[in-house]
Design a protein around this ligand. Structure first.
Ligand code: FO1
Length: 323
């Protein structure tokens, strides 16, 4: 496997693909060890939805708030210490308020929606707002066109937020599709980052729900699969369990097996070249290596900034990316 070369100035640094909370944690670590021109974080927008008339981009916000040091440490999403006065008023005024937008969060969504309505792209708006929050590394939506993750369930079709937040992942998932992906294109910064990265990192986000929407954009899977650089997948499954979210049932449905680091490695087969899994999953090392991966077994649970940085250093080391 060719190693990234620090003197290869034509290369564009690390391209990290992320969903929400798990992806945001590794993005924080990577941003602490890499300069802004050596990291691009491309974020899933399949979970985006209109709430209260406002454009909500949950994964972009989770990544941005996390990089800005503003994320709610208990939930991983939303603003730390946010209040919910406006939501209470909305409820009193008859709105269905199952999707919890705090007061600070609402201000961000008002601003984003206003900027989008004035004709700016989601890329422009994300860059502008993230800079204003003090984020120095580029946070980039996967696409500027709408792509929506639709859950096909035993109780009908629904948006991801309807399934995950409103219905608490209770409906039985029987299918998944990414509406709009075929006719969308990767956002301009994503497209140029794809052309010559030093390494690609699949952050520990749900492979089916958070990374697959990114891979579903025309040309993305193919470009990644044929690239000759290290492509590191970090398992979001630790000891057979998802750190957060509905991964267990989703794995059962789509991989036809319970969640495991090995199932994640199988999912990224032919796409990733390197695989990072937790010490708790050490027993699967040989099976993952047999799939052709270079494997790193380490501590992957990121409960502190020190963990995030340590994992980022290991990921960069494995990919030969100088820090
Ligand atoms: N998740 C919840 O479980 N309940 C909520 O009310 C909720 C509100 C919310 C508001 C803004 C935001 O950026 C994220 C929010 N999330 C909420 C998280 C979000 O639904 C998921 O974590 C992601 O879409 C999955 O990656």
């Amino acid at each position: 496997m060719p190693e990234a070369n620090s003197s290869d100035n034509r290369r564009g640094g690390v391209l990290a693909l992320a969903g929400g909370v798990g992806g945001a944690k590794l993005a924080v670590g990577l941003a602490r060890v890499l300069p802004p021109d050596a990291l691009t974080v491309v974020v899933n927008t399949g979970d985006d939805e209109i709430f209260y008339g406002l454009h909500v981009s949950p994964d972009i916000d989770t990544v941005t708030y996390s990089l800005a040091g503003l994320a709610n440490p208990e939930t991983g999403w939303g603003f730390a210490g946010d209040t919910f006065n406006a939501l209470g008023t909305l409820k009193n005024l008859g709105a269905d308020t199952w999707f919890g937008l705090g007061d600070h969060d609402l201000a961000l969504h008002l601003r984003r929606t206003d900027m989008l309505r004035s004709g700016k792209t989601l890329s422009d708006v994300t860059l502008d707002l993230s800079r204003r929050m003090g984020v120095r590394h580029p946070v980039v939506p996967m696409s500027d066109q709408p792509v929506r993750t639709i859950i096909e369930s035993d109780d009908g079709e629904m948006s991801f937020q309807e399934y995950f937040v409103h219905r608490r992942s209770e409906p039985e998932v029987i299918g998944l599709r990414f509406d709009g992906a075929d006719s969308a294109s990767p956002s301009p910064v994503f497209k140029s980052a794809l052309e010559s990265p030093n390494a690609i990192v699949f952050c520990p986000s749900n492979p089916f729900l958070s990374v697959d929407p990114i891979m579903a954009l025309p040309g993305v899977r193919e470009m990644i699969a044929v690239s000759d650089i290290p492509r590191v997948a970090v398992s979001p499954i630790i000891g057979g369990r998802a750190v957060k979210g509905p991964a267990a049932r989703i794995f059962q449905t789509f991989a036809q097996k319970p969640p495991s680091a090995l199932a994640v490695a199988e999912h990224y087969e032919g796409i990733a070249t390197h695989f990072v899994m937790d010490n708790k999953d050490e027993s699967s090392r040989v099976a993952v290596e047999a799939l052709g991966y270079e494997v790193l077994v380490t501590e992957t649970l990121m409960t502190t900034d020190a963990h995030k940085i340590a994992l980022a250093i290991e990921v960069c080391g494995m990919a030969g990316v100088p820090i």
